[in-house]
Design a binder for this molecule. Structure first.
Ligand SMILES: Nc1ncnc2c1ncn2[C@@H]1O[C@H](COP(=O)(O)OP(=O)(O)OP(=O)(O)O)[C@@H](O)[C@H]1O
Length: 338
């Protein structure tokens, strides 16, 4: 079932005037994770197994980035949680509600910005976005729609037909549609693929402001810098399996390396005995020494190294430090698990 069919399905089955989900929060419910994915496996009709026993808990109010190479299973996982793809094995709860037995509730809690631009339409921006809200049984709220359109710089285009908009503007419309019914959990599947820098920045600002309002945001991205910039926690999926879930800061601290490279004044053919106690590597041309700092980055080690270099009469003309990026960590992880 594609998204438009799903939306039509909602229109026919939801009740107008339902209380906004946020009002239904109770202290007990607040303790539930935003999304609890338990033992989820998925095999497509073709026989291809896209997900293998995935367990993943997304906390309320966090920004969670799901990273993985092409075909890792990101869209499949998101589609299952959003009710677009059938769940194979396992269980998924959204704010404590089961996506199968309580699908109407869970779908009203979720907003999805899909990867594909499928919004060519003769309808105006205003009508399209307002209609999306109605699909989830929420009463009309022109002030909210206006705010969403203004936040996404779409207000001036509100009376334009969607088909006349640029690709970037259409993407903004997709985001506006996903926000129209005030979801508590927002999924963004590759939100900034192929968009310009300005829209990417706007998106980041928007996501942060949503988090401030308590919205949980789950995004997939190929731009590691996006995850580095925005995410509170990072999950890595590869070959349908979650291979790591970690707080971003902790991940960078644990797996990130810091290196110091010294460009030597006079090349050497081997590392002198006097420096043997340090974790040094000599470049092939003998012109540079690279020192890898302990993962907690003890500065005392660097001081001792510089002292030993001076004592051994080794001079260097330049030095620079390097900190591994999330991208380095990610590439290493995916390589390890393939
Ligand atoms: N309807 C389908 N029928 C059969 N196989 C499918 C179907 N949809 C996806 N797949 C396969 O499942 C695997 C996971 O696809 P999925 O779209 O979830 O990956 P992804 O991590 O989102 O990839 P990308 O980063 O390229 O969007 C891929 O090998 C894909 O070919």
């Amino acid at each position: 079932m594609d998204r438009d069919h799903l939306a039509t399905f909602h229109a026919g089955s939801s009740r107008a005037g339902e209380a906004p989900a946020a009002h239904a929060r109770t202290p007990a419910a607040a303790a539930e994770p935003a999304v609890a994915i338990q033992g989820v496996s998925k095999t497509y009709d073709s026989g291809f197994q896209a997900l293998r026993n995935v367990d993943l808990t997304i906390h309320r109010g966090e920004i969670f980035a799901l990273l993985g190479p092409n075909g890792a299973g990101k869209t499949t996982l998101i589609s299952i949680v959003c009710g677009i793809a059938m769940l194979g094995e396992g269980r998924v709860l959204v704010n404590g509600h089961d996506i199968q037995s309580d699908w109407r509730k869970t779908r009203s809690l979720i907003g999805l910005v899909p990867q594909e631009l499928s919004t060519d339409s003769f309808e105006t921006v205003w009508r399209t976005v307002s209609f999306s809200r109605g699909l989830f049984g929420k009463p009309a709220n022109p002030a909210h729609i206006e705010k969403v359109l203004r936040d996404l710089s779409l207000w001036d285009k509100r009376n334009n037909q969607i088909q006349t908009l640029s690709g970037g503007m259409k993407r903004r419309v997709l985001i506006a549609k996903a926000l129209a019914h005030e979801p508590e959990v927002l999924f963004l599947d590759e939100p900034t693929a192929g968009v310009d820098v300005e829209l990417r920045r706007d998106m980041w600002a928007l996501v942060r402001s949503l988090r401030e309002k308590g919205v949980t945001v789950i995004l997939t991205t190929h731009y590691i810098e996006e995850a580095e910039e925005m995410a509170d926690r990072i999950g890595v999926i590869n070959g349908g399996e979650i291979v790591l879930v970690e707080g971003k800061e902790a991940l960078m601290r644990k797996l990130g390396r810091k290196q110091l490279t010294l460009h030597l004044h006079t090349p050497m053919d081997r590392i002198p005995e006097a420096l043997a106690r340090h974790a040094l590597e000599l470049s092939e041309d003998g012109e540079a020494l690279t020192y890898t700092l302990a993962q907690d980055g003890e500065t005392a080690d660097v001081t001792a190294l510089l002292q030993d270099l001076a004592d051994a009469g080794i001079r260097f003309r330049d030095l620079h430090t390097q900190q591994s990026t999330l991208e380095d960590i990610f590439v290493d992880l995916v390589r390890e698990h393939t």
